[in-house]
Design a protein around this ligand. Structure first.
Ligand SMILES: Nc1nc2c(ncn2[C@@H]2O[C@H](COP(=O)(O)OP(=O)(O)OP(=O)(O)O)[C@@H](O)[C@H]2O)c(=O)[nH]1
Ligand SMILES: [Mg+2]
Length: 279
């Protein structure tokens, strides 16, 4: 299996940037990909956030296995932590999210009200691995596509805040968290769901990893995608199945092309509602 490289420098940079921001914000909003809540977490977050109110969003819940999402919600919750599942692409009503942010900030809101604030404003930062939906969530809250939101960490010198109609302000640049992928499986899962570039791994390795996982936990979905029966699938090994699928989808022996195609179908939810991290 190909080794996926891990760069500790990135982790330090992200960590320092977040540390600088911490003092400015009331609620830390951590966006996870609901299909890989464990693999899309960053190990330094817990320490950074400390006792601060912490909202964990399991985003892309529309693409994840709903049973697993429920389990993850339970598992990730705890003291000072609010966890919610979200489909930020199709869900235009942000009231639930707003309520969750305010729930996480309840203490702060009370303090501000005690000081006489009639409409206390809560400040949040949104962070998560690439492609988990940070910009989508920020744009939904702001109510329009905000130009400043983008993939440019740390360029803005003076802090600016994005205003929302909900008495919530958002730090202008979302924090890109570098995921941890010392572990092969974590790297593959991040690659499968597009958090790390396709070009740094070999597509058929990743497809084989995916097939093995689908066989173990989503055999019916795999059979449907393969246009065959579960029994047939159980007769052949993963490598032979990849070859058969490539043939079935008319790509002859272009395993790389088929592997990428399969990943694209999976990312769009066309293979089923698949969660690859199990609590
Ligand atoms: N199905 C579905 N798609 C989503 C959801 N949220 C975001 N997306 C899609 O996921 C892709 C990435 O979303 P972005 O909001 O750009 O993600 P990001 O975290 O800002 O990505 P970077 O800026 O690259 O770090 C886009 O194609 C979105 O339309 C969701 O809840 N469900
Ligand atoms: Mg973005």
């Amino acid at each position: 299996m190909a080794q996926i490289q891990w760069y500790p420098g990135h982790m330090n940079k992200a960590r320092n940037q977040l540390e600088d921001k911490m003092g400015l914000i009331d609620v830390f909003v951590e966006v996870l990909d609901a299909r890989i809540p464990e693999s899309s977490r960053n190990p330094v977050i817990e320490k950074l956030v400390g006792e601060k109110p912490h909202l964990i969003i399991l985003n892309k819940a529309d693409l994840a296995d709903p049973v697993m999402t429920k389990k993850w919600q339970k598992k990730l919750g705890g003291k000072g932590k609010v966890v919610m599942a979200l489909d930020s692409l199709h869900n235009t009503n942000m009231q639930v999210l707003v309520r969750m942010i305010k729930k996480a900030a309840a203490n702060k809101i009370e303090k501000l009200q005690a000081k006489g604030a009639t409409n206390p404003v809560i400040r949040i930062a949104v962070a998560g691995v690439p492609n988990c939906g940070k910009s989508t969530i920020i744009n939904r809250l702001v109510g329009r596509n905000v130009a400043a939101v983008g993939n440019k960490p740390g360029v803005t010198k003076g802090q600016t805040w994005l205003k929302t109609p909900y008495s919530i302000q958002i730090l202008d640049t979302p924090g890109i968290l570098w995921p941890k992928f010392e572990d092969h499986a974590v790297g593959y899962k991040l690659a499968i769901f597009g958090a790390i570039k396709d070009s740094i791994f070999s597509a058929d390795d990743v497809a084989l990893f995916l097939i093995a996982n689908l066989r173990d936990h989503y055999l019916s979905d795999l059979a449907k995608f393969a246009r065959t029966s579960k029994e047939q699938i159980n007769l052949i090994n993963d490598t032979d199945l990849l070859l058969a699928l490539t043939e079935e989808y008319g790509m002859r022996d272009d395993y790389d092309r088929f592997s990428l195609y399969m990943l694209q179908r999976l990312r769009k939810g066309k293979v089923g509602r698949i969660t690859l991290d199990r609590p």
